[in-house]
Design a protein around this ligand. Sequence first.
Ligand code: IMP
Ligand code: MG
Length: 170
Amino acid sequence: MKVLYSSGEITRRVKELGERITEEYQGKELFIVGILKGGFMFVSDLVRNVNLPARIEFVRLSSYGNSDSPEGDVKLVDDLKDAVQGKHVLIVDDIMDTGQSLIFFKQHLEKKGPASVKICTMIDKTCRRKEPIEPDYYGFRITDGFIVGYGLDYAEDYRTLPDICVLERT
Ligand code: IMP
Ligand code: MG
């Protein structure tokens, strides 16, 4: 496995993202929605770099089974309990790939009457995008390849690695 972004690079980039979000939402309260499981590590680092009043919730989406290829529709396994009406919602996830999961979830939230909805992903992976959607904020952009670590898994392995690595399959 080859390190693509080391934990040091990730730390620096997440700090920059947090500062930018802090500036752009000045005077507002954020309603952060983390996507489980992949977003768990990024969410916990990002929120410590956002200097704003904020609430945090988590939802669980499932789209891929235990493999690296898409497998049917996106499902909302665990929906929000708190109302998002009138809130500035920031969805935080590990990666945007085809865009199917996040377009599904963004549209789902928009029906609940939030003041705004934006998306922040650690990785923007562009070459397989199928939906007309982009992250409003992203840490790093890659075109292709399968990566693991920093929340990203392959069949539930490697999520806990501190670096983002390219999985080289034999
Ligand atoms: P979507 O294709 O944008 O809907 O992304 C669905 C999910 O696929 C993401 O939330 C990740 O869990 C997973 N995924 C996509 N690309 C990768 C990757 O390179 N490594 C690990 N998981 C990935
Ligand atoms: Mg995910």
